[in-house]
Design a protein around this ligand. Structure first.
Ligand code: URA
Length: 193
């Protein structure tokens, strides 16, 4: 990664050290090709990602890789990041620490850092996965069910919203929709020069 990327990462870590004073939160930054044409944005790291310090290495990552492979898209050609870069957790009724969806405040707090990451990588298209990434990238309260599988051309770079791969694991009915959206995405990116 270049000096500019390392600088951004350090500035971000310094900023959040002041916000999350005394909390030892692990920040999981984006990774991949810094000259990538396509940038994938997920929600936030889960337990596996926080342990590995890398995005999308757990179950959602496996699901994502399987889908990408089916469409001959390789992770190495992409830059993969998250809207929120720490693992948001809550304590379940059974007393376990589990993932939770980032709050609106968290999404807003992290949004400028995502914007800077997009400016640095300069992808031709930002592919969001799920509602959190969609809202972080657009700054609007859009619903993934209303806009998935199509290019939103009014953003720079344009945004292509997908469902989150984890939601496809839990909602089998989404599987076909997701595959159709990926077919559309493949057609769209083949026509971007
Ligand atoms: N889900 C995400 O949105 N991001 C990850 O890095 C892992 C799971």
């Amino acid at each position: 990664m270049t000096a500019a990327w390392n600088r951004l990462k350090k500035e971000c870590a310094d900023f959040f050290r002041q916000i999350y004073v005394g909390e030892d939160r692990v920040l999981v930054f984006g990774e991949g090709d810094e000259n990538a044409r396509w940038m994938l944005v997920g929600e936030a790291p889960g337990e596996k990602e926080a342990l590995a310090g890398r995005p999308f290495v757990g179950k959602a990552g496996e699901q994502l890789d399987a889908f990408l492979q089916a469409f001959e898209l390789r992770r190495e050609e992409l830059y993969v990041t998250n809207a929120v870069k720490f693992r948001p957790t809550r304590v379940s009724a059974a007393g376990r620490t589990v993932n939770r969806t980032p709050t609106q405040e968290e999404i807003a707090l992290w949004r400028p850092w995502l914007q800077r990451e997009i400016e640095l990588i300069k992808p031709k298209m930002v592919i969001t996965m799920g509602n959190t990434a969609l809202r972080a990238a657009t700054g609007a309260q859009l619903m993934i069910g209303d806009v998935h599988g199509q290019t939103l051309p009014d953003y720079s770079p344009p945004i292509f919203p997908l469902y989150h791969p984890a939601s496809v694991i839990y909602r089998k009915a989404l599987h076909e929709t997701y595959l159709n959206d990926l077919t559309e995405l493949k057609a769209v990116i083949e026509n971007v020069d």
